[in-house]
Write a protein that binds this ligand. Sequence first.
Ligand code: 9D3
Length: 244
Amino acid sequence: MIFEILTIFPSMFSSPLAEGMVGKACDRGLIEIRVHNIRDFAADRHHMTDDRPFGGGEGMVMKPEPIVGALRAIQASGPAARSILLTPRGRMFDQETARQLSLLPRLVLICGRYEGVDERVEQYFTDDQISIGDYVLTGGELAAMVVVDSVSRLLPGVLGNEGSALEDSFSRPVLEHPQYTRPRDFEGLSVPPVLLCGNHETIRRWRRGQALHRTRTRRPDLFARLDLSPEDRKLLEDSNFGDR
Ligand code: 9D3
Protein backbone atom coordinates (compact mmCIF):
# COMPACT_ATOMS: atom_id res chain seq x y z
CA MET A 1 0.00 0.00 0.00
CA ILE A 2 1.22 3.49 -0.81
CA PHE A 3 0.68 6.42 1.57
CA GLU A 4 1.11 9.88 0.06
CA ILE A 5 1.40 12.52 2.77
CA LEU A 6 0.97 16.26 2.15
CA THR A 7 2.46 18.47 4.85
CA ILE A 8 4.41 21.67 5.43
CA PHE A 9 6.52 19.77 8.02
CA PRO A 10 7.91 16.72 6.15
CA SER A 11 10.66 16.05 8.70
CA MET A 12 8.04 15.28 11.38
CA PHE A 13 7.47 11.96 9.61
CA SER A 14 11.02 10.61 9.42
CA SER A 15 11.56 9.01 12.83
CA PRO A 16 8.05 7.87 13.90
CA LEU A 17 7.49 5.94 10.69
CA ALA A 18 11.02 4.56 10.45
CA GLU A 19 10.86 2.63 13.75
CA GLY A 20 9.15 -0.57 14.79
CA MET A 21 6.66 -2.54 12.73
CA VAL A 22 5.92 0.31 10.31
CA GLY A 23 9.64 0.85 9.63
CA LYS A 24 10.08 -2.89 9.07
CA ALA A 25 7.11 -2.92 6.68
CA CYS A 26 8.74 -0.09 4.67
CA ASP A 27 12.06 -1.97 4.53
CA ARG A 28 10.29 -5.08 3.30
CA GLY A 29 8.38 -3.14 0.62
CA LEU A 30 4.95 -3.98 2.09
CA ILE A 31 4.14 -0.29 2.42
CA GLU A 32 5.61 2.85 0.89
CA ILE A 33 5.34 6.23 2.59
CA ARG A 34 5.92 9.21 0.32
CA VAL A 35 6.09 12.55 2.11
CA HIS A 36 5.48 15.66 -0.03
CA ASN A 37 6.19 19.22 1.05
CA ILE A 38 3.15 21.37 0.22
CA ARG A 39 5.52 24.34 -0.02
CA ASP A 40 7.12 22.79 -3.13
CA PHE A 41 3.79 23.24 -4.94
CA ALA A 42 3.40 26.94 -4.09
CA ALA A 43 3.86 28.88 -7.33
CA ASP A 44 4.46 32.35 -5.90
CA ARG A 45 7.86 33.89 -5.26
CA HIS A 46 7.73 33.35 -1.48
CA HIS A 47 6.23 29.84 -1.64
CA MET A 48 3.34 30.91 0.56
CA THR A 49 1.12 28.13 1.85
CA ASP A 50 -1.18 30.21 4.09
CA ASP A 51 -3.02 33.53 3.98
CA ARG A 52 -5.43 35.67 6.02
CA PRO A 53 -9.08 34.59 6.24
CA PHE A 54 -11.64 36.43 4.09
CA GLY A 55 -14.14 38.14 6.39
CA GLY A 56 -11.48 38.70 9.04
CA GLY A 57 -10.66 36.83 12.20
CA GLU A 58 -7.75 35.29 14.05
CA GLY A 59 -5.05 33.16 12.52
CA MET A 60 -4.24 31.97 9.03
CA VAL A 61 -5.84 29.60 6.53
CA MET A 62 -4.00 27.23 4.18
CA LYS A 63 -4.26 28.36 0.56
CA PRO A 64 -5.92 26.02 -1.96
CA GLU A 65 -3.46 26.24 -4.90
CA PRO A 66 -0.44 24.44 -3.38
CA ILE A 67 -2.54 21.61 -1.92
CA VAL A 68 -4.57 21.10 -5.10
CA GLY A 69 -1.37 21.30 -7.17
CA ALA A 70 0.17 18.55 -5.03
CA LEU A 71 -3.01 16.45 -5.26
CA ARG A 72 -3.02 16.69 -9.06
CA ALA A 73 0.65 15.75 -9.30
CA ILE A 74 0.02 12.71 -7.11
CA GLN A 75 -3.11 11.61 -9.00
CA ALA A 76 -1.15 11.82 -12.27
CA SER A 77 1.67 9.68 -10.82
CA GLY A 78 -0.12 6.36 -10.47
CA PRO A 79 -3.37 4.49 -9.81
CA ALA A 80 -6.40 6.43 -8.52
CA ALA A 81 -5.85 7.39 -4.90
CA ARG A 82 -8.40 8.18 -2.20
CA SER A 83 -7.68 11.55 -0.58
CA ILE A 84 -8.43 12.24 3.05
CA LEU A 85 -8.15 15.56 4.88
CA LEU A 86 -7.17 15.33 8.55
CA THR A 87 -9.30 17.92 10.30
CA PRO A 88 -10.94 18.39 13.71
CA ARG A 89 -14.25 18.69 11.83
CA GLY A 90 -13.97 15.23 10.24
CA ARG A 91 -15.83 12.09 11.26
CA MET A 92 -14.14 10.19 14.07
CA PHE A 93 -11.49 7.65 13.05
CA ASP A 94 -12.04 4.11 14.36
CA GLN A 95 -10.93 0.51 13.78
CA GLU A 96 -13.61 -0.11 11.15
CA THR A 97 -12.36 2.88 9.11
CA ALA A 98 -8.78 1.60 9.48
CA ARG A 99 -9.91 -1.80 8.17
CA GLN A 100 -11.67 -0.23 5.16
CA LEU A 101 -8.67 1.96 4.32
CA SER A 102 -6.35 -1.08 4.51
CA LEU A 103 -8.11 -2.47 1.41
CA LEU A 104 -7.00 0.48 -0.77
CA PRO A 105 -3.89 0.47 -2.99
CA ARG A 106 -3.04 4.16 -2.41
CA LEU A 107 -4.11 6.76 0.13
CA VAL A 108 -3.42 10.52 0.21
CA LEU A 109 -3.37 12.12 3.66
CA ILE A 110 -3.55 15.93 3.75
CA CYS A 111 -2.28 17.54 6.94
CA GLY A 112 -3.69 20.95 7.74
CA ARG A 113 -2.05 23.56 9.98
CA TYR A 114 -3.11 26.93 11.43
CA GLU A 115 -6.87 27.44 11.68
CA GLY A 116 -7.43 24.97 8.85
CA VAL A 117 -7.60 24.56 5.09
CA ASP A 118 -9.58 26.64 2.57
CA GLU A 119 -13.09 25.13 2.52
CA ARG A 120 -12.98 24.56 -1.27
CA VAL A 121 -10.19 21.98 -0.86
CA GLU A 122 -12.30 19.99 1.59
CA GLN A 123 -15.46 20.30 -0.47
CA TYR A 124 -14.21 19.69 -4.00
CA PHE A 125 -10.83 17.96 -3.78
CA THR A 126 -11.03 15.42 -0.95
CA ASP A 127 -13.01 12.19 -0.67
CA ASP A 128 -13.27 12.16 3.10
CA GLN A 129 -12.45 14.14 6.26
CA ILE A 130 -11.19 12.45 9.40
CA SER A 131 -10.58 13.52 13.01
CA ILE A 132 -8.76 11.22 15.46
CA GLY A 133 -10.65 12.42 18.54
CA ASP A 134 -12.20 15.27 20.46
CA TYR A 135 -9.05 17.11 21.54
CA VAL A 136 -7.15 19.92 19.88
CA LEU A 137 -3.86 19.27 18.07
CA THR A 138 -1.61 21.86 16.40
CA GLY A 139 -2.04 20.23 12.99
CA GLY A 140 -2.95 17.09 11.08
CA GLU A 141 0.53 15.50 11.05
CA LEU A 142 0.19 13.41 14.22
CA ALA A 143 -3.30 12.37 13.09
CA ALA A 144 -1.89 11.22 9.72
CA MET A 145 0.73 9.15 11.55
CA VAL A 146 -2.01 7.54 13.63
CA VAL A 147 -3.82 6.58 10.42
CA VAL A 148 -0.65 5.21 8.76
CA ASP A 149 0.23 3.21 11.87
CA SER A 150 -3.19 1.66 12.43
CA VAL A 151 -3.79 0.89 8.74
CA SER A 152 -0.29 -0.54 8.14
CA ARG A 153 -0.52 -3.17 10.86
CA LEU A 154 -3.66 -4.58 9.23
CA LEU A 155 -1.91 -5.28 5.92
CA PRO A 156 -1.02 -8.88 5.10
CA GLY A 157 2.53 -9.70 6.18
CA VAL A 158 3.10 -6.62 8.36
CA LEU A 159 2.51 -8.29 11.73
CA GLY A 160 4.70 -11.30 12.48
CA ASN A 161 1.62 -13.05 13.76
CA GLU A 162 -1.09 -12.88 11.08
CA GLY A 163 -3.85 -13.64 13.58
CA SER A 164 -3.14 -10.98 16.16
CA ALA A 165 -4.50 -8.02 14.19
CA LEU A 166 -7.92 -9.66 14.11
CA GLU A 167 -7.83 -10.55 17.79
CA ASP A 168 -7.17 -7.03 19.07
CA SER A 169 -9.65 -5.21 21.22
CA PHE A 170 -11.83 -2.84 19.20
CA SER A 171 -12.09 -5.54 16.52
CA ARG A 172 -13.95 -7.55 19.12
CA PRO A 173 -15.51 -4.86 21.30
CA VAL A 174 -14.02 -6.02 24.63
CA LEU A 175 -10.90 -4.76 26.42
CA GLU A 176 -7.94 -7.06 26.84
CA HIS A 177 -7.23 -9.09 29.99
CA PRO A 178 -4.25 -8.05 32.14
CA GLN A 179 -0.81 -9.36 31.12
CA TYR A 180 2.15 -10.28 33.32
CA THR A 181 5.72 -11.39 32.67
CA ARG A 182 8.80 -12.12 34.76
CA PRO A 183 9.76 -11.52 37.51
CA ARG A 184 7.11 -13.39 39.50
CA ASP A 185 7.66 -10.97 42.38
CA PHE A 186 8.31 -7.34 41.44
CA GLU A 187 9.04 -5.19 44.51
CA GLY A 188 6.60 -7.27 46.55
CA LEU A 189 3.91 -7.21 43.83
CA SER A 190 3.01 -10.76 42.81
CA VAL A 191 1.50 -12.27 39.68
CA PRO A 192 -2.07 -13.68 40.08
CA PRO A 193 -1.50 -17.35 41.10
CA VAL A 194 -4.08 -18.60 38.57
CA LEU A 195 -1.64 -17.72 35.75
CA LEU A 196 0.94 -20.10 37.26
CA CYS A 197 -1.47 -23.04 37.75
CA GLY A 198 -0.86 -24.55 34.33
CA ASN A 199 -4.55 -25.31 33.66
CA HIS A 200 -5.28 -23.62 30.33
CA GLU A 201 -9.05 -23.81 30.70
CA THR A 202 -8.95 -22.21 34.15
CA ILE A 203 -6.65 -19.48 32.80
CA ARG A 204 -8.88 -18.88 29.78
CA ARG A 205 -11.95 -18.41 32.04
CA TRP A 206 -10.06 -16.08 34.40
CA ARG A 207 -8.86 -13.95 31.48
CA ARG A 208 -12.32 -13.74 29.96
CA GLY A 209 -13.78 -12.71 33.33
CA GLN A 210 -11.10 -10.04 33.77
CA ALA A 211 -11.65 -8.74 30.24
CA LEU A 212 -15.41 -8.48 30.74
CA HIS A 213 -15.05 -6.86 34.17
CA ARG A 214 -12.58 -4.31 32.83
CA THR A 215 -14.83 -3.49 29.94
CA ARG A 216 -17.79 -3.02 32.30
CA THR A 217 -15.90 -0.65 34.62
CA ARG A 218 -13.68 1.25 32.14
CA ARG A 219 -15.76 1.29 28.96
CA PRO A 220 -19.46 1.07 29.84
CA ASP A 221 -20.21 2.26 26.29
CA LEU A 222 -18.57 -0.88 24.83
CA PHE A 223 -20.01 -3.13 27.54
CA ALA A 224 -23.56 -2.02 26.74
CA ARG A 225 -23.13 -3.27 23.17
CA LEU A 226 -21.70 -6.68 24.13
CA ASP A 227 -23.57 -9.84 23.34
CA LEU A 228 -22.80 -11.85 26.51
CA SER A 229 -22.86 -15.65 26.43
CA PRO A 230 -24.29 -17.62 29.39
CA GLU A 231 -20.67 -18.38 30.40
CA ASP A 232 -19.82 -14.65 30.28
CA ARG A 233 -22.71 -13.86 32.66
CA LYS A 234 -21.61 -16.61 35.02
CA LEU A 235 -17.99 -15.35 35.01
CA LEU A 236 -19.12 -11.82 35.85
CA GLU A 237 -21.41 -13.06 38.65
CA ASP A 238 -19.08 -15.60 40.24
CA SER A 239 -15.73 -13.86 40.12
CA ASN A 240 -14.44 -11.65 42.88
CA PHE A 241 -12.72 -8.74 41.16
CA GLY A 242 -10.66 -7.13 43.91
CA ASP A 243 -11.52 -3.73 42.46
CA ARG A 244 -8.79 -1.11 42.24
C1 9D3 B 1 -10.89 27.35 17.20
C2 9D3 B 1 -11.38 26.22 16.46
N1 9D3 B 1 -10.38 25.14 16.32
C3 9D3 B 1 -11.10 23.87 16.03
C4 9D3 B 1 -11.21 23.00 17.23
C5 9D3 B 1 -9.46 25.46 15.24
C6 9D3 B 1 -8.44 24.44 14.97
C7 9D3 B 1 -7.72 23.83 15.99
C8 9D3 B 1 -6.72 22.89 15.69
C9 9D3 B 1 -8.17 24.07 13.66
C10 9D3 B 1 -7.19 23.14 13.38
C11 9D3 B 1 -6.45 22.57 14.38
C12 9D3 B 1 -5.39 21.59 14.07
N2 9D3 B 1 -5.88 20.21 14.20
C13 9D3 B 1 -5.88 19.36 13.18
O1 9D3 B 1 -5.49 19.74 12.10
C14 9D3 B 1 -6.42 18.01 13.34
C15 9D3 B 1 -7.00 17.36 14.48
C16 9D3 B 1 -7.24 17.77 15.82
O2 9D3 B 1 -6.94 18.90 16.25
N3 9D3 B 1 -7.85 16.89 16.68
C17 9D3 B 1 -8.19 15.63 16.30
N4 9D3 B 1 -7.99 15.19 15.07
C18 9D3 B 1 -7.39 16.05 14.18
S1 9D3 B 1 -7.08 15.69 12.60
C19 9D3 B 1 -6.42 17.16 12.26
